[in-house]
Design a protein around this ligand. Structure first.
Ligand code: TRP
Length: 334
């Protein structure tokens, strides 16, 4: 796969349910980028263990996320799709980059502070080093572009800082990546229970999020219970965050603009609208869920995809790592 296309890297952690927020904000965009860029997508299991994981669940979630990626339209023939722990270079580069990273840079990270507060009983070195592992993911593949959500922006800043720092110290080695927000992906999906918060699978209230595997009844119920605002008009506005969020979700699954949705529901109440949102989401997810279920029954196929992804990823990563090892002065034979 030696082309002139720019390289693009992204990853998702296999840490449980994937919400429609993850789908709209990340996975769905990954699909559209496959033609234009050399895309490399990983299941970030090394990142996942920075918080406690049940081993059997982690194993299952890795397979499920792989199946979901493919069911959503990521084509393993068009991109490199692999599991992070299958490529040892991620850990190897992390070690080297740790030696040019300062503890203060990591302890200042917003996500580290948030996660430390949330998992106060398990503030481990991996949690602190998480950003350096992410830096390694990106730099190993010489990615020029990294599609990320707002919560990962600081980590991408660190990626750029470390790439420049290493290049300055040892000579040109790494591509300095840019964050990448694909056109039309601005939609941020908020919690159905509290539209001032981002939709998150770690919300204590399961009515706040819809997962990619929720069935139709569950989706419709969650939409019906979604917090809406005073008044009864279906209209996007700053003082109507609940309705606006539902309109965002509706638009993401039907392609309808706010104006079209406003026209469609003119004179109708929230009840009709919420039902329509639930049905639109459920109808859009149904084929993805069916395809994912089919793939999960074909383990040999999924294992084969992972194996081929691993081989391609190893090949690209080995090139960068060997350059790094030479530059830092590790003896490689005469
Ligand atoms: N940390 C990212 C997240 O939780 C996942 C991730 C791991 C990632 N490595 C990456 C994203 C490299 C982009 C690039 O969302």
């Amino acid at each position: 796969m030696e082309t002139e296309k720019k390289k693009l890297f992204s990853a998702v952690q296999p840490s449980g349910a994937v919400t429609i927020g993850n789908y709209i904000g990340a996975i769905r965009n990954f699909v559209g980028l496959q033609g234009e860029y050399d895309c490399i997508y990983a299941v970030a299991d090394l990142h996942a263990i920075t918080v406690k994981q049940e081993p059997a669940a982690l194993r299952r979630n890795t397979l499920e996320l792989m199946a979901l990626f493919i069911a959503c339209g990521i084509d393993p023939e068009k991109c490199v799709l692999f599991v992070q722990s299958h490529v040892p270079a991620h850990c190897e580069l992390t070690w080297v980059l740790n030696t040019i990273t300062y503890p203060g840079e990591l302890s200042r990270m917003t996500q580290f502070k948030d996660k430390s507060a949330k998992h106060a009983d398990n503030v481990n070195m991996g949690l602190m080093d998480y950003p350096v592992l992410m830096v390694s993911d990106i730099l190993l593949y010489q990615a020029a572009l990294v599609p990320i959500g707002a919560d990962q922006k600081q980590h991408l800043e660190l990626t750029r800082d470390l790439a420049v720092r290493f290049n300055n110290r040892y000579g040109q080695t790494f591509t300095v990546p840019e964050p990448f927000i694909p056109a039309g992906s601005g939609a941020r999906v908020m919690s159905l229970a509290d539209p001032s918060k981002k939709m998150s699978k770690s919300d204590e209230n399961p009515n706040g999020f819809i997962t990619m595997s929720d069935d139709k009844d569950t989706i419709v119920r969650k939409c019906k219970r979604a917090v809406t605002d005073s008044g009864s008009e279906v209209r996007a506005a700053a003082d109507k965050p609940g309705v606006t969020n539902l309109m965002t979700i509706y638009g993401a699954f039907t392609g309808k603009s706010f104006e079209e949705t406003e026209r469609e529901f003119a004179g109708k109440g929230y009840g009709d609208f919420k039902l329509a949102v639930g049905e639109a989401v459920a109808d859009a997810l149904a084929p993805i869920q069916a395809e994912k279920a089919r793939l999960l029954k074909d383990k040999a196929y999924l294992d084969g995809v992972m194996k081929r992804g691993e081989e391609s990823a190893r090949r690209i990563a080995a090139r960068t790592l060997s350059k790094v090892y030479r530059k830092v002065g590790f003896y490689r034979g005469e």
